[in-house]
Design a protein around this ligand. Structure first.
Ligand SMILES: Cc1ncc(COP(=O)(O)O)c(C=O)c1O
Length: 310
């Protein structure tokens, strides 16, 4: 287990939960957890830290051993922070379709980044097939390097980070007074971990997944539009540790809505965040405007990453 005392790792988590009163004046209230404040700029720092600490504690990773992962950027940045702090060389594979800003950040954090050509997506729009191609390269490299392969989609640490961290933080900051939790799904770690914790505290808390319109597989719909702007989420397949019983509903968000809310959050709230964050707030507002919750309902969501990464 790494020594977290005094280093950058102590800055991961414990993010503020703030009301968004400018972009939504009612009914009800949207509360957003400012995950872009983590040192790697996104919520994935939490999963990176939990996965590496767990691997060290279990002996799956030994001090100084290389680490390899496929990333859309944010898990990579989280791993870069954690691996730098704990002294593990890191190699990441990434689809060429992810934003060049992310590649630059990772390389400046000392990471070896290997770009993998897209299969059927286009720049800025990464599909499930693009991700699968990048995963194949990561697996091959991890064998070659004798590295620890993170495998975020299958690693239980992704869920545990949120069940033991994000969920309890939300519950405490909201004083147990919340009606719904709404979040977009990539690996599903955030949705599954937070929903598990919140429902253990109060089973009636509504948990909604946010999905790109046209790729709402969790809602049981066919994929008609695999390309979308909500990077890091909506890969068109059900993630391995998905728990369908936790999802009360799925809320679809279009590219146009994500772009609009990205702009509104920046201009009206001073929150310059990414497109999944924007989609999350859009979905939270849709839920409140549907009037299925009470007029004073409180809906919690997450601002997953900073807009500086796009
Ligand atoms: C920008 C962004 N939003 C949302 C998510 C989804 O988080 P999770 O993997 O916990 O479902 C990710 C995951 O990489 C992401 O990069």
């Amino acid at each position: 287990m790494g020594d977290r005392q005094g280093g950058v790792l102590t800055a991961i988590g414990d993010t503020p939960l703030v009301p968004l009163h400018k972009v939504h004046r009612g009914p009800g209230e949207v509360l957003a957890k400012l995950e872009f404040l983590n040192p790697g700029g996104s919520i994935k720092d939490r999963a990176a830290l939990k996965i590496i600490e767990r691997a060290l504690a279990r002996g799956d990773l030994v001090p100084g051993q290389p680490v390899v992962e496929m990333t859309s950027g944010n898990m990579g940045a989280g791993l870069a922070v954690v691996c730098a702090a704990l002294g593990h060389p890191l190699t990441l594979t990434m689809s060429e379709g992810n934003s060049p800003a992310r590649v630059k950040i990772l390389r400046e954090l000392g990471v070896e980044v290997i770009l993998v050509p897209q299969v059927d997506g286009e720049p800025g729009k990464v599909t499930g097939a693009d991700i699968a191609a990048a995963v194949d390269v990561a697996k091959r490299i991890s064998v070659e390097q004798g590295a620890y392969y993170v495998d975020q989609f299958n690693n239980p640490g992704s869920v545990l980070a949120h069940e033991e961290g994000t969920g309890p933080e939300i519950w405490a900051a909201a004083d147990g007074d919340l009606d719904a939790f709404v979040v977009a799904v990539g690996s599903g770690g955030t949705f599954v971990g937070v929903s598990r914790y919140l429902k253990s505290r109060h089973p009636s808390i509504l948990c909604a997944a946010v999905e790109p319109a046209g790729a709402a597989v969790l809602a049981g719909k066919p994929v008609t539009k695999p390309q979308h702007v909500i990077q890091g989420t909506g890969y068109g397949s059900v993630p391995p540790h998905w728990q369908p019983d936790l999802m009360d509903e799925s809320i679809a968000v279009t590219d146009e809505e994500a772009v609009l809310w990205h702009r509104r959050l920046a201009v009206e709230e001073g929150l310059y965040v990414g497109y999944s964050a924007a989609a999350n707030v859009c979905a939270a507002v849709k839920l409140l405007e549907s009037r299925r919750l009470g007029p004073d309902a409180r809906v919690v969501t997450v601002l997953c990453d900073t807009g500086l990464k796009y």
